[in-house]
Design a protein around this ligand. Structure first.
Ligand SMILES: C[S@@+](CC[C@H](N)C(=O)[O-])C[C@H]1O[C@@H](n2cnc3c(N)ncnc32)[C@H](O)[C@@H]1O
Length: 306
């Protein structure tokens, strides 16, 4: 079940015949709900870095009784605004549901979970050149510590980085389970009962670094800001990838993602460029969290542009 589905559709309010861009098609759950609203006269642009997810999402839409026109963009959503413009498309509805999909975390071959033995990969895009194993086995200790501190918000980053560099002298660190063991061994006094596994933060940090998650989000947000500004100053002669009145919704899963979204949306709202559609970030109900624990950290923010 896609996270915060009802609220997402409520804020995006897709209308018959509109063009929607799903930056993170995943398994197509949100996309399907959007497709049903825009109908056969609408256009749904599906973007994902992961080709198998993208194909699954597209198939899901084509299986609908009255599918919209479906356009597939495989790649980083940082490039989606430019690619929309190149194809002469402008979106009325934009969704970015950040992070990983269940198919990815549950597949041991993707190396995203330390609960399953697998290679240290972590790429959403299997063709991107850098895996987590490359980072862990080649970066200088100082850079590893920075990644773990900045993207994992882990105060033990230095100790963990030191342990990783010591361990890789014996043999390359190439499996999820070994990485998790090394991280745990760096913890002073062992793991406290009930606390999250210390490997959680290092895995999050490496995943963010491998997929340049914050850089991609920053690029997307910058493109939203630029389009909102040109629509507001009436630069109609210059084409934008967002149509006047476009609704933009971002669902984030940790504060490193939510912070830049909050900052941009608040800034655009304050400058009269884009009214907020959410006063505070919306989160999941207890009922949704009970059926999908990942929804616990979901934060939804939305604006209307122009
Ligand atoms: C949380 S899932 C999306 C789930 C989807 N909303 C659904 O209803 O099934 C996130 C998806 O975004 C993709 N993704 C994450 N970061 C990306 C990026 N920078 N560019 C393109 N796709 C990305 C992942 O590959 C994954 O399939």
């Amino acid at each position: 079940m896609p996270v915060l589905l009802e609220r997402t559709i409520e804020v995006l309010d897709p209308q018959s015949g509109e063009t929607a861009l799903d930056c993170t098609a995943g398994l197509g759950g949100h996309a399907e709900a959007i497709a049903r609203r825009i109908g056969p006269s609408g256009t749904l642009v599906l973007n994902d870095a992961d080709p198998s997810n993208l194909a699954a999402a597209a198939q899901r839409l084509r299986d609908l009784p009255e599918p919209p026109a479906v356009i597939m963009l495989r790649g980083n959503f940082a490039d989606a605004p430019r690619r929309m413009l190149e194809q002469g498309l402008a979106a009325d509805v934009v969704l970015a549901d950040l992070g990983f999909a269940s198919t990815q975390i549950e597949d041991p071959a993707r190396g995203l979970s330390f609960q399953r033995e697998g290679p240290l990969d972590m790429r959403f895009d299997p063709e991107s050149p850098v895996t987590a194993a490359v980072l862990v086995n080649t970066l200088p200790e100082e850079e590893l510590a920075e990644i773990i501190r900045d993207f994992g918000e882990d105060r033990e980053a230095r100790r963990i980085a030191r342990k990783l560099v010591e361990a890789r002298k014996d043999a390359p660190i190439d499996s999820t389970v070994r990485l998790a063991q090394i991280v745990r061994s760096a913890m002073r006094g062992g793991r406290e009962k009930g606390r999250i596994d210390p490997a959680t933060r290092t895995f999050q940090a490496l995943r963010i670094a491998v997929n340049d998650e914050l850089g991609s989000l920053a690029a997307l947000l910058e493109a939203v800001g630029r389009a909102a500004t040109s629509l507001k100053v009436g630069a109609e002669s210059r084409p934008t990838w967002l149509r006047r009145g476009a609704r933009v919704c971002v669902i984030s899963f940790h504060s490193l993602e939510d912070r830049p979204v909050k900052r941009l949306f608040a800034d655009l709202t304050r400058r009269g460029m884009a009214p907020a559609l959410t006063k505070k970030p919306d989160g999941a109900t207890d009922e949704e969290i009970a059926s999908n624990p990942r929804a616990r950290s979901a934060r939804l923010r939305a604006i209307r542009v122009g």
